[in-house]
Ligand binder design. Structure first.
Ligand SMILES: Nc1ncnc2c1ncn2[C@@H]1O[C@H](COP(=O)(O)OP(=O)(O)OP(=O)(O)O)[C@@H](O)[C@H]1O
Ligand SMILES: Cc1ncc(COP(=O)(O)O)c(N)n1
Length: 266
């Protein structure tokens, strides 16, 4: 048996297992890569919201990163919840020394509106983290914080992508999941444009969709796909995972990361 590509997620823990590190590692397993993690924060979280969050010291983040990268090596990195300006700057500095594609999911708030990033960290995300990204994957709220562009319809997505690209990522994937109608995302590097359209599944099991999509992109990049191929494949995976999402707890349930193992669509 060959050695699978190795993918690192730098993100927070979701005790409920639907988003964050847990979603990332499940996605990586489902897509056939070896997942590894650098934990940035621990959240007490469930289907109803985030009940508490504790950031790890920068030294702990640096040590985890070095342990993984120096011995095991990475073919792609994904970043999620980074909590504070100090951790954003620490992670951006670590990424500068890595020769592998980087997917940046600039996580700001949870689906329930709980803050996962300090407002004082926005500037570091713009000036240090986005320039390190091969692909940046903001949702519409994150586009608004980072660039001031408010997307109300699909036709605003191009302007949002241009504004994100002005901060330096190679590609921008603007997720239109929060718009009405089809779930439409726009991927562009400023030259090529790829519109990714999927049927909207009107179930409420969408906790962790953004984490899942970004990790799937990282997995496919580690397997040697181009950015447009990786994103198209990741979109198919997350759409299937939302369709198969299930009710857990009294609020927003998780997507089913294992849907391809369980179901004939494999
Ligand atoms: N109800 C849905 N049906 C189908 N696809 C969806 C649905 N909601 C979101 N998506 C898709 O899921 C992916 C993640 O998008 P979304 O806008 O939910 O990200 P996000 O807000 O960052 O996620 P999260 O809330 O987990 O942080 C996108 O490809 C989006 O189009
Ligand atoms: C640790 C962590 N990272 C990211 C998210 C975003 O996911 P969602 O918006 O679906 O709650 C989260 N809730 N928790």
């Amino acid at each position: 048996m060959g050695i699978p590509p190795r993918v690192l997620t730098v993100a927070g823990s979701d005790s409920g297992g639907g988003a964050g590190i847990q979603a990332d590692l499940k996605t990586m397993l489902a897509l056939g890569v070896h997942g590894m993690s650098v934990l940035t924060a621990v959240t007490a979280q469930n289907s109803l919201g985030v009940q508490g969050a504790w950031e790890l010291p920068a030294e702990a983040v640096r040590a985890q990163f070095r342990s993984v990268v120096d011995d095991i090596g990475v073919q792609a990195v994904k970043t999620g919840m980074l909590a504070s300006a100090e951790l954003v700057e620490t992670v951006a500095g670590l990424l500068a020394g890595v020769d592998a594609p980087v997917v940046v999911d600039p996580v700001g708030v949870s689906k329930h509106g709980d803050a996962l990033l300090a407002a004082s960290a926005l500037d570091a995300v713009r000036t240090k983290l986005l320039p390190a990204a091969t692909v940046a994957t903001p949702n519409l709220d994150e586009v608004a914080w980072l660039t001031g562009v408010r997307v109300r319809t699909e036709s605003d997505l191009r302007r949002a992508a241009d504004a994100v690209l002005s901060h330096g990522p190679r590609w921008a994937l603007i997720k239109g999941g929060h718009l009405a109608g089809d779930a439409v995302d726009l991927l562009t590097d400023g030259t090529e444009e790829h519109w990714l359209r999927a049927v909207r599944h009107d179930n409420r099991h969408t906790h962790g969709t953004g984490c899942t999509l970004a990790s799937a992109i990282a997995a496919r990049l580690a397997q040697g796909r181009s950015v447009p191929e990786a994103v198209a494949d990741a979109k198919d995976y997350v759409t299937g995972a939302i369709a198969a999402g299930f009710p857990l707890g009294g609020g927003i349930g998780p997507v089913d990361h294992g849907w391809r193992f369980r179901d004939h669509r494999n």
